[in-house]
Design a protein around this ligand. Structure first.
Ligand code: GRF
Length: 215
């Protein structure tokens, strides 16, 4: 019975691509989580717009296919860059895309094509502190709670329906680095949890937008 369940999970696992531009610690957390037999997703592709992204090595060592789509080759033509991304995703029969420190803005056409199937992790409790330098701005604002958010991606940056959030306290004497570190630990637990919810269909775009009840 247990064996049958394991086979069923394996057969129905969602095929996931992770898009990175740098360190890739969230990617590594997702890769680690997906090693569990009962995890509903497998990481089949790690794609970067930079050949020197440190996370690529980690992915290669884990035996995961990697691809590089260098945005500089496309100049100002964002649509052509996004079509090249999409071609990679189609070639690997991707079901769900996870942005994890992917530092390119995506065109509305690309985002719309992946609506409900593309997630991002943002290092703040959205809707607060959209954009860059979230930890510095949180310290400047004097908030007592900070954290991270996984959300569905929509054309407007850092604005899609929220899948999951994790909060951390802001402590007296925190620096940008100490706060970033505390948030990152939460990110590494949050993203695998959020991807599980979406891969199992327990959270959908419509439910997260408040347009239908979640299961
Ligand atoms: C993370 O803080 C994530 O929230 C943000 O970019 C950073 C990426 O870090 N979107 P890593 O590459 O996953 O280590």
């Amino acid at each position: 019975m247990a064996e049958k369940r394991a086979v069923e999970t394996r057969m129905s696992k969602k095929r996931v691509a992770i898009l990175i531009s740098g360190r890739g610690s969230n990617m590594a957390a997702l890769v680690e989580a997906a090693k569990a037999k009962d995890y509903p997703a497998e990481i089949v592709l790690v794609l970067s717009n930079r050949a020197d992204a440190a996370g690529l090595d980690h992915a290669r060592k884990a035996g995961i296919a990697t691809a590089i789509v260098d945005h500089r080759l496309f100049g100002e033509d964002r649509a052509a860059f996004d079509r090249a991304l999409d071609a990679q995703l189609q070639a690997h029969q991707i079901d769900i895309v996870c942005l994890a420190g992917f530092m390119r803005l995506l065109t509305p056409a690309f985002v719309e094509r992946w609506t409900g199937r593309m997630l991002n992790i943002h290092p703040a409790l959205l809707p607060h502190f959209k954009g860059l330098d979230t930890h510095r701005r949180a310290l400047e604002a004097g908030v007592k709670q900070h954290g991270a958010t996984v959300h569905f991606v929509v054309p407007e940056m850092d604005s899609g329906p929220i899948v999951a959030q994790g909060a951390v306290p802001v402590r007296e004497g925190d620096t940008e680095d100490s706060l970033a570190q505390r948030v990152l630990e939460v990110e590494h637990r949050l993203y695998p949890h959020a991807l599980r919810l979406v891969a199992e269909g327990r959270t959908t775009f419509a439910a997260a937008s408040g347009k239908e009840p979640s299961r």
